[in-house]
Design a protein around this ligand. Sequence first.
Ligand code: DQA
Length: 140
Amino acid sequence: KKILIINGPNLNMLGKREPEVYGKDSLDDIRVWTDSKIKSEATTEWYQSNIEGEIVDRIQAAHSQDFDALVINPGAYAHTSVAIHDALKILKIPVIEVHLSQVYRREEFRHTLLTAKAASAIMSGLGKQSYYIAIKSLID
Ligand code: DQA
């Protein structure tokens, strides 16, 4: 299995960014930890961008690549981006949206998940386990 993991804005600052909310691990720490848990069960490609259009471009490119599934943490774009929602709708492969934090326990502006309407499942609030469980369930 080949799985693409897309990360949106400010996730490059994990570890430094509100550690009480998002934990002390950097995105690279999460990547290494997750990859070590899934071992050779899948190959993963991790992508991060702070720019909405670049994320749309990466999703569009995945349409003609041989990924079996997509995991996306759209960051704040989850709450605002019709463009990322629409790009996800083009894909024929399963999509799982992940969030480190439990967004429904937080500010009301995080309670609308536009992109999740284009995902088959959501994993929110389990920290780095959100990524692992999403990827593991796609493998299984
Ligand atoms: C987040 C939740 C979003 O509301 C926030 O804007 C983020 C991170 C999460 O992983 O918990 O950037 O997607």
